[in-house]
Write a protein that binds this ligand. Structure first.
Ligand code: HEC
Ligand code: HEC
Ligand code: HEC
Ligand code: HEC
Ligand code: HEC
Ligand code: HEC
Ligand code: HEC
Ligand code: HEC
Ligand code: HEC
Ligand code: HEC
Ligand code: HEC
Length: 410
């Protein structure tokens, strides 16, 4: 195949090119003489066919082949060398390339981890590149998750963390794109960027803990305004990244609608991963026991504390401040008054100062329990010798009367 192609084209080219100045770069028709053939392959069998229609319709259709395949611009020998230089997009897209060089994908290539990070071609294609605004482009908002998903899916990266694409497709954002066709929903690049995708641990990453709220705020601005004023927002802004950011409570790729029962229960557990002592005392209360059984009609952490507006009790704006507590309880207990709210939702039976009544009644119950066991234990112990003596006496009486029948079968 290759031999025949070279022979025909070689002869033609020699005839056509002879009178022309050697400097003229080969035009597209020249390249397509061989590359138009759908059966054109390399020696190893991989295709080198180029579909001129696709190329013509692409954003680069106006260019000549050698604008990108620069090493053939001055070729006079046909067929050309078997192995050519990789195309550099940098000649024309300097900015995209320099942004890309900051990315984790580029770093991976440099580090030679054995796993190739994405290159220009993986996200954009080669001869069929379209602007991102074109619905048939790989980087069109509705197609992008699929494009990133060719690598970030369970199939490609097995094990934990590999199922990003699958999780995302089931999330409120993924469904917004794939089901509702909502182009304003979040896609991978809304949160990660496109060319300068960085690892979450990188302080300059859009998904570094210090940046996450700002990233979500590109769309959820109203919520971020409230969050920034909350104890969590302020703590993070103050440099303590241990306080809750959006993705702690909502996750990043599995975000569900806030009404979803499963998420509301998860959110309670999530508050509890940081506020370990508070979830312990909450679980001891009626509210906590009922949510532990899987019901959310009852008070969750957020029902009493708020969600994006959480503040310490000492702040008068807080839902649990002395000024607002009655109305907080009233949202579910319409009859609640100052007396009702004396009930402590975090009463701690181990803390005599905070919950003396609970502490002492718990102590009393423990004593009572121990007392009961002690009493009946002693009772059984004392009763034992007596019961043995009685059995012996009974057996002796049976033997004396000459009765052969064993007492058990009477
Ligand atoms: C005479 C036929 C012929 C012409 C003309 C031709 N090619 Fe090729 N080209 C081939 C063949 C055959 C291969 C497969 C090489 C191999 O065996 O690996 C190939 C391979 C390639 C490759 C892949 C190289 C690699 O490293 O894998 C590129 C890119 C390419 N050609 C671009 C061009 C361009 C651009 C032109 C026009 C300037 C052109 N070719 C003109 C026959 C031709
Ligand atoms: C916008 C730049 C660009 C233009 C213009 C361009 N190519 Fe390519 N071409 C690429 C890239 C990128 C690759 C993938 C390999 C690489 O990265 O070097 C490629 C690969 C190829 C290959 C190898 C087979 C394959 O598909 O991977 C052939 C053959 C080829 N090009 C021929 C052509 C021909 C013929 C033309 C003109 C009709 C052309 N190219 C125009 C960018 C371009
Ligand atoms: C990880 C996927 C990915 C990689 C790798 C990638 N791009 Fe992009 N590129 C995108 C996405 C997504 C967009 C659309 C961005 C948008 O709409 O904001 C884009 C947009 C573009 C644009 C349009 C202008 C712009 O910046 O919005 C150009 C040009 C471009 N990319 C070139 C390149 C080049 C050159 C490379 C290689 C150095 C490259 N891209 C690597 C995903 C990628
Ligand atoms: C010879 C210069 C040249 C080279 C080399 C080149 N491009 Fe382009 N590219 C252009 C021009 C010109 C446009 C059209 C810009 C426009 O319409 O605003 C374009 C447009 C694009 C777009 C669409 C931008 C948009 O508006 O969304 C993408 C994506 C793109 N190029 C990617 C690439 C990639 C990837 C490579 C390397 C494989 C590459 N280009 C190589 C000149 C080039
Ligand atoms: C060609 C395959 C490929 C494509 C396409 C691709 N990636 Fe990647 N990406 C990788 C590989 C491989 C890694 C390194 C994974 C690792 O170290 O576990 C990586 C790393 C990452 C990381 C950092 C992960 C970490 O734990 O540090 C993020 C974030 C990321 N990619 C996002 C994206 C986004 C967003 C897109 C689409 C715009 C995308 N990737 C497209 C292959 C790809
Ligand atoms: C709503 C914002 C958002 C969207 C949309 C999003 N991500 Fe993420 N992503 C994050 C955040 C925040 C982190 C870091 C925190 C974490 O690990 O959960 C992250 C982490 C990652 C990581 C590295 C850690 C891990 O979980 O493996 C990869 C890879 C990744 N994202 C890829 C993607 C891809 C691919 C898409 C699109 C299918 C996507 N992301 C869509 C916010 C988002
Ligand atoms: C990622 C960990 C984390 C998560 C998740 C979290 N918080 Fe916090 N929370 C903190 C940190 C850190 C502070 C600041 C503590 C400080 O400054 O003393 C805080 C402060 C508070 C305060 C004020 C307490 C005080 O002493 O100032 C309340 C109330 C609160 N959180 C409730 C919640 C609720 C309710 C949830 C779930 C909806 C939640 N938190 C989720 C880490 C977290
Ligand atoms: C401490 C946990 C927590 C943090 C941090 C948090 N949220 Fe929420 N978010 C919630 C809870 C709980 C709800 C449910 C509120 C309700 O039903 O009243 C919610 C609801 C939502 C909703 C749906 C609207 C609604 O009120 O039902 C969106 C959108 C949202 N959050 C986005 C964000 C964004 C963006 C951030 C970061 C700026 C963020 N959240 C930070 C706990 C949190
Ligand atoms: C590109 C814009 C965009 C970004 C960035 C974004 N979101 Fe969203 N988000 C949306 C849109 C649009 C919806 C509504 C989807 C629907 O209703 O189908 C939504 C829905 C949600 C919901 C569900 C609201 C409800 O009805 O209960 C939550 C929660 C949420 N986003 C949290 C986040 C968090 C957390 C981040 C950052 C990690 C984030 N979003 C980043 C656009 C975005
Ligand atoms: C029935 C309402 C209610 C529920 C449900 C509830 N709390 Fe509280 N929480 C309160 C009240 C009232 C206080 C103030 C008590 C006090 O004076 O310490 C408080 C105090 C706190 C404090 C200390 C605030 C401060 O400023 O010192 C934290 C942290 C806290 N709760 C977290 C949680 C977490 C996490 C959950 C869920 C696991 C939860 N709460 C469930 C009502 C509730
Ligand atoms: C989201 C709704 C909601 C909120 C807010 C709420 N509760 Fe409840 N609470 C319930 C439900 C439902 C029950 C079950 C009993 C019932 O139907 O009255 C309950 C039960 C109780 C009980 C009875 C427990 C028992 O042992 O019998 C007390 C006491 C109580 N709540 C106190 C409070 C206090 C104090 C507040 C405010 C700090 C509060 N609740 C906030 C929904 C709520």
């Amino acid at each position: 195949m290759r031999a025949l192609m070279s022979l025909v084209a070689g002869l033609w080219l020699a005839a056509a090119a002879a009178p022309v100045a050697a400097q003229t770069p080969p035009d597209n028709d020249t390249c397509l003489m061989c590359h138009l053939d759908p059966a054109a392959t390399r020696a190893n069998g991989t295709s080198v066919a180029v579909a001129p229609d696709h190329f013509g319709e692409s954003v680069h259709g106006i260019f000549s082949c050698v604008d990108c395949h620069e090493d053939l611009a001055a070729t006079e020998e046909w067929p050309h060398a078997e192995s050519l230089a990789r195309v550099s997009c940098q000649t024309c897209h300097d900015e995209s390339v320099s942004n890309f060089e900051k990315s984790v994908h580029f770093a991976l290539r440099e580090r030679a981890t054995g796993r190739a990070g994405a290159t220009c071609v993986d996200c954009h294609g080669t001869h069929d590149i379209k602007p991102s605004s074109d619905p048939s482009s790989r980087t069109y908002v509705l197609n992008l998750p699929q494009t990133c998903g060719t690598c970030h899916s369970h199939q490609q990266i097995p094990g934990p963390g590999g199922e990003v694409f699958e999780h995302f497709q089931d999330s409120v954002h993924g469904r917004g794109l794939s089901r509702s066709g909502l182009t304003v929903s979040a896609n991978c690049s809304s949160c990660h960027g496109a060319h300068d995708v960085r690892a979450p641990e990188d302080p300059e990453s859009r998904v570094h803990r210090s940046q996450i709220a700002g990233t979500c705020a590109t769309c959820h601005q109203g919520i971020d305004q409230v969050y920034e004023e909350s104890v969590h927002g302020r703590t993070v802004a103050g440099g303590n990244l241990g306080a809750a950011v959006c993705s702690d409570c909502h996750t990043s790729h599995e975000i569900l609608r806030s009404e979803t029962e499963a998420w509301r229960l998860d959110a309670v557990r999530e508050c509890g991963t940081c506020h370990v002592d508070k979830i312990g005392t909450y679980r001891d209360t009626y509210h906590g026991k009922v949510t532990a059984l899987g019901f959310t009609r009852i008070a969750t952490c957020a029902d009493c504390h708020g969600s994006h507006d959480i503040l310490p009790a000492s702040n008068p704006q807080s839902m649990i401040s002395s000024t607002r507590l009655v109305s907080t309880c009233q949202s579910c207990h319409p009859g609640a008054n100052e007396n009702f709210v004396k009930y402590d939702p975090h009463a701690d039976k181990h803390d005599p100062e905070r919950s003396p009544a609970l502490y002492w009644s718990a102590r009393f119950m423990q004593l009572l329990l121990a007392g009961v066991f002690l009493f009946f234990g002693a009772h059984t112990l004392l009763w034992f010798p007596r019961s043995l003596a009685e059995r012996r006496a009974h057996r002796r009486a049976g033997a004396a009367s000459g009765d052969r029948t064993p007492p058990a079968e009477e």
